[in-house]
Design a protein around this ligand. Structure first.
Ligand code: NAG
Ligand code: NAG
Ligand code: NAG
Ligand code: ZN
Length: 441
């Protein structure tokens, strides 16, 4: 979906008491500020880089789509087996959740049904890179498992491209007793060696709709004998375009967090008719709607349905609207936790220097990591990979999309540093019972 249909892979934390051997470890409270650079050094070692590059290339050559990631999933499990990392599988059909650190996984596996195949696939958004970075982090964390003050959970999520894999994983309880969650997405908007984040809203809530406008077909030269759904649908589209300009409060931005009342409604699909002289029986339109506030989003959804049905009626047509929430669950807005933003800034600045932390502007794209971040404190950020010199890399979802493999060590080092430091700083005795779910309808 959207601007940047994000996939990411995540690391989360599960707090359990642990004992730590301090022997020649850099993961200590005394060395907090050195942890990120140490992980970056480890991640840049040729063996680890080669490992991540080879995983990324294997995945790139064998792309699989939502809930069909069987080979991808098998590869991840093979790697975790080799590393001696315990995991839970299957989670949400093809998802895998690994556990590194001192506590064992108290979870049970759950089966999920399979879904149909889709042709025409490509890792055009960096998912392959995300998997290999998380495996790179897994390797480093496993090597230092005795120094980790708790358990790190590695979430390998299926179906990020609209199927809401994160929601299913959440429904299967993977975040129970988890304190915080981090996710990243590679980005060609920022140069390699930089990161970009922001506290508060980062990505929009997003939903889809499909509507069938039915009239009565007939000869194009005798329109009065027909009920023309093409004209009805055309007017519906114009009316939908008035929702944001006429009904969203332009001043709301002053009371909410600046700039964040932005909304978008786009009709991207219009299907009807097949001949120049025949009025069809019906027309199908479809599109997406986005908003940053939950209230704005819910209102937009209600108004889209009302406008389509009422405007169809004006033209003597009938209409049905389907938000298709089972196939494409609506994504909540992605809101970054403010404290975790501070943590992210400290870790980034220790690893890359303060100048390399950039501010991400909010985007109308959506990301299903938002389901996790809605349930527990979460933080999502962009990892720059734009080529500094020479040839510019194409944007996500372009058929010319390429991953700059130099980004892999940074991703692995970030995953490892964010969590190990978080555990040290919020260490033993932190209030796990304060962590709960809230269920969204
Ligand atoms: C960790 O900190 C101690 C004490 O400040 C220092 O002596 C040691 O060199 C540091 N170790 C690493 C790996 O940075
Ligand atoms: C719309 O629905 C009503 C009630 O079912 C039906 O009588 C009418 O023929 C329909 N109109 C069109 C154009 O399909
Ligand atoms: C970056 O640009 C240089 C110079 O054009 C090129 O040789 C290199 O392959 C590029 N790197 C990537 C990852 O595209
Ligand atoms: Zn993506």
């Amino acid at each position: 979906m959207g601007l940047i249909k994000h996939v990411y892979l995540i690391i989360t934390l599960y707090m359990i008491q642990s004992t730590s051997s301090l022997s020649e470890s850099f993961i200590t409270k005394e060395n907090l500020s050195e942890i990120p650079l140490n992980f970056l050094k480890l991640a840049k070692k040729p063996e680890l880089v080669d490992y991540m590059v080879s995983i990324r290339r294997t995945l790139h050559e064998n792309p699989e789509l939502g809930y069909q990631e069987y080979e991808t999933s098998k590869l991840i499990r093979n790697e975790l087996d080799k590393l001696g990392i315990e995991y839970r599988y299957p989670v949400a059909v093809t998802g895998v959740v690994g556990y590194v650190g001192s506590g064992g996984p108290p979870f049970e596996g759950v089966e999920w049904e399979h879904k149909s195949k889709v042709p025409g696939k490509m890792h055009a958004c960096g998912h392959d890179a995300h998997v290999s970075m998380l495996l790179g982090a897994a390797k480093m964390l496993q090597d230092h498992r005795h120094d980790i003050r708790g358990t790190v959970i590695l979430v390998f999520q299926p179906a990020e491209e609209g199927g809401g894999g994160a929601k299913r994983m959440l429904d299967e309880g993977i975040l129970k007793k988890v304190n915080a969650i981090f996710g990243l997405h590679v980005s060609v908007k920022f140069p390699i060696g930089t990161v970009a984040g922001r506290p508060g809203p980062l990505l929009a809530a997003s939903g889809f709709f499909d509507a069938v406008i039915s009239g009565k077909g007939g000869h194009a030269a005798i329109p009065h004998h027909a009920v023309d759904p093409i004209v009805a649908a055309s007017n519906i589209i114009i009316s939908l375009q008035n929702l944001v300009s006429r009904e969203a409060d332009p001043l709301e931005s002053q009371t909410l967090n600046k700039e964040l009342y932005l909304q978008v409604v786009t009709v991207a699909k219009f299907q009807g008719g097949g001949a120049f002289n025949v009025i069809p029986d019906d027309v199908t339109i479809g599109g997406t709607f986005r908003a940053f506030s939950k209230e704005g989003f819910i209102k937009l959804k209600r108004r889209i349905e009302e406008v389509i049905i009422s405007q169809a009626g004006i033209h003597r047509c009938n209409a049905s609207v389907d938000f298709n929430e089972i196939e494409n669950p609506m994504f909540p807005p992605m809101v970054n936790d403010k404290d975790l933003h501070g943590h992210f800034q400290r870790v980034s600045s220790d690893m890359l220097g303060a100048k390399s932390i950039l501010e991400a502007t909010p985007l109308m794209g959506a990301e299903d990591f938002a389901f996790f971040a809605e349930a527990i404190p979460g933080y999502f950020f962009f990892l720059g990979m734009q080529n500094k010199s020479g040839e510019k890399l194409a944007a996500g979802h372009s058929p010319y999309y390429r991953v700059n493999e130099d980004v892999l060590p940074y991703g692995a080092a970030f995953h490892a540093s964010l969590v190990t430091r978080y555990l040290l700083e919020h260490g033993v005795g932190s209030n796990i019972e304060n962590v709960g779910f809230h269920v969204e309808s």
